[in-house]
Write a protein that binds this ligand. Structure first.
Ligand code: NAD
Length: 321
């Protein structure tokens, strides 16, 4: 059970309560550099012991490696299944995209085997802007509803970068069909455009997960990975902000996470973590924020540095709806 009072927040109409910091398991697929099995297991154990109850993965991360590692780590916890919430995804694979009913139906069985679970709490269509949004409405979501009926999945979600995809889908399915959306890189100190969509999402009763508060490594002292899609200008501005913080004896990642955690309409902020140290730091950030409030001065100084690139994003997918 949790040792620290990490805040739990309701996830839309699901009845689930997610820790405000969620464990993003893409790093366990070596997406941000090599992570040993023992570090992966120790990170998940530490996260759970500190009150993180939400773990997110995908068959795409590390070509199924993340799911396998997370499965091993969750098993090693030996905790009752109802004490942790697991989400995985379907439709995006190392081989490419396939949102067909046949593929996503097969996908969940493969994921459950790798995760060593009987069901996942949330199954999300992964990065739908790379597929046909109409196929998601007419074929993929109906297939996921069958998986829900079969008990393999408790709730259904959609993920992707361009914010327009969410209303495109939600406006075309009956209320209550899509339980959750996962947005990434749009609720952080350099890009907070998700904010405008929050009233609409709330009106639909949809649970809101926001991922990548560190902008996939842009807001870290060590900087982003090689594959990061940001423009050189955005990378440089984030690097300047990180250097500024360091000079002031502050940590850019801590401040960035503070910023994202402040909006309580968002159920959980998913951070990718690959070490016990990062888990400790991120949980401490949430607990300190709840106890002492935000570092207002430092946050506004960083916002000022990032102003020229505020809300700058990058193209993703085959359509920008
Ligand atoms: P992120 O912004 O959480 O950054 C992760 C990077 O920051 C990693 O290199 C990690 O090691 C590092 N990090 C974490 N804590 C740190 C700390 N305290 N100090 C310094 N560095 C730290 O980006 P992310 O991992 O891409 O996003 C989080 C999770 O959200 C993913 O793991 C994944 O589960 C999910 N996600 C989903 C989608 C999607 O569905 N399309 C997209 C992006 C992310």
């Amino acid at each position: 059970m949790a040792a620290t009072p990490l805040e739990l927040r309701p996830l839309g109409n699901t009845g689930l309560k997610l820790s405000c910091v969620g464990f993003g398991a893409s790093p366990l697929g070596n997406v941000f550099g090599l992570v040993s099995e023992s570090d992966a297991i120790a990170s998940v154990r530490k996260a759970f012991s500190l009150g993180i109850n939400f773990f997110d993965t995908s068959p795409y991360y590390g070509g199924t490696l993340s799911e396998k590692m997370l499965g091993k780590a969750l098993k090693a916890l030996g905790a009752p299944r109802n004490e942790y919430i697991v989400s995985t995804k379907c439709g995006r694979y190392a081989e490419g995209f396939d949102f067909s009913a046949e593929r996503v139906t097969r996908s969940i069985d493969e994921s459950l085997e790798r995760l060593q679970l009987d069901y996942v709490d949330i199954l999300q269509c992964h990065d739908i802007e790379f597929g046909s949004l109409d196929q998601i409405v007419t074929e993929t979501i109906p297939a996921l509803l069958k998986l829900k009926e079969a008990g393999k999945v408790k709730f259904i979600g959609i993920t992707g970068l361009p914010l327009g995809i969410f209303s495109y889908i939600l406006d075309r399915v009956p209320p209550g069909t899509v339980d959750v959306i996962l947005s990434y890189c749009h609720y952080g100190i350099n890009d907070s455009t998700l904010e405008d969509l929050l009233p609409y999402l709330k009106s639909k009763g949809v649970g809101i997960i926001s991922a990548s508060p560190l902008a996939m490594g842009l807001l870290t002292e060590s900087g982003p990975p090689e594959w990061h899609p940001a423009s050189p200008e955005l990378k440089a501005a984030c690097q300047d902000a990180a250097a500024f913080c360091k000079e002031k004896g502050k940590n850019i990642s801590k401040l960035a996470l503070q910023y994202s955690l402040l909006n309580k309409d968002i159920s959980t902020i998913l951070v990718g973590m690959n070490s016990v140290k990062q888990v400790d730091e991120n949980v401490a950030t949430a607990v300190e924020l709840a106890t002492f409030g935000k570092d207002e001065k430092a946050l506004s100084e960083i916002e000022e540095i990032l102003k020229p690139v505020k809300n700058q994003t990058w193209p993703s997918g085959i359509q920008q709806s």
